[in-house]
Design a protein around this ligand. Sequence first.
Ligand code: NAP
Length: 271
Amino acid sequence: MGKAEEGIRSGGSNPWKSQAAFEADKEAREPQRTPQPPQPNGATSRPVIGILGAGKLGTVLAARATASGYRVLIAGSGDPASIRAHLTATIPGVEVESARRVTELADVIMLALPLGALDALPAEQMRNKVVIDAMNHWLEADGPRDDLTDPSTSTSEIVQARLPDSRVVKAFNHMGYHDIDELWAEPGAADRNAIAIAGDDEDANAVVARIVDDFGFDPLPIGRLAEGVKLEPNTVAFGVTEAAAGLRRAIDMFPRTPRGRAVLAARGGRI
Ligand SMILES: NC(=O)c1ccc[n+]([C@@H]2O[C@H](COP(=O)([O-])OP(=O)(O)OC[C@H]3O[C@@H](n4cnc5c(N)ncnc54)[C@H](OP(=O)(O)O)[C@@H]3O)[C@@H](O)[C@H]2O)c1
C-alpha cells in the first residue's frame, strides 16, 4: 500500500522540482519572516552552522538558519568568490567561504552536497564536530552506485565511516528543499511538519533537534543512525510532508515495503 492509500501527504507530484520553477514560485510568495541578524555566539549559545553545498538544498538551509538567528557559513565546490555576491544578496547575513574554512569555523556542519562527493570532505577539520547528513544517493547526480544502495548498510553509516571522529546525525534528507523553504512554522503551530532525526550520540541528537525546531519543524527522533535507512529514497517516508504522527506512520511502513524487506533480509532481520 502506498502513501496516498494510507492518507500520508507528500510534497506534490515532484517534490524535488527544478530550481528555476522554485525561484519562479518564490517570487510570487510573500516573505514569511523578517531575517534576524546573526548574533554573537555567546548571546544565544547557538552553534555556528557550516553548510557544505550551495545548491538547491544548501541555500534553503542557509536561509532557514540565518532567519533563525544563527551565524551561517556556506561553501560550494569551487572558489567562494564566484558565488559570494549572489548568495550574500539573496541570503542576508550568510558568509561564503571555502569548504575547508567552513569546516574549520563551524561547530555544526550540514552536508548538502552530492553523496558521491563524500570522499572530498575534509575529515580532519570535522573531527569532534556534529555533522548533519542531509544527503541521499540520487541517480541523476551520483550515477548508479551499488555501494550507496547496498541494503546491508545505510548511506549515513557510510558517511559516519568516512568521518569516524565526527558525530553524524541524519536529518533534513527526506523533505524536498522547496518544502523546507515553504512549510516551516512556529513552534506549537497546528499540524506543524516534522523532520526525522537518527543518530548514535544523544548529545548530538539534541543539538540537531534544536536546529530542526529553530528552522521551523517538529523534530522526530527515530533512534540510532542505522534507522536512517528508513528515510532514504525509495521509502514511504521520503518526500512526506506530515506532522510527527503522520511521519511516524510512514516510517513504520518501512518493513512492509520492498526496500524494507531487502534491508531486513540483508541485515539478518533487524536494523
Ligand atoms: N534537492 C532537494 O530537494 C534535496 C532535499 C533533501 C536532500 N537533498 C540532498 O542534498 C544534497 C544536495 O542536493 P541539491 O539538490 O542541493 O544539489 P545541487 O543543487 O546540485 O547542489 C549541490 C551543491 O554541492 C556542491 N558541491 C559539490 N561537491 C562539493 C564539495 N566537495 N564541497 C562543497 N560543495 C560541493 C555543488 O557545488 P558546485 O555547484 O560548485 O559544484 C553545489 O553547490 C544531495 O545529496 C541531495 O540528495 C536534496
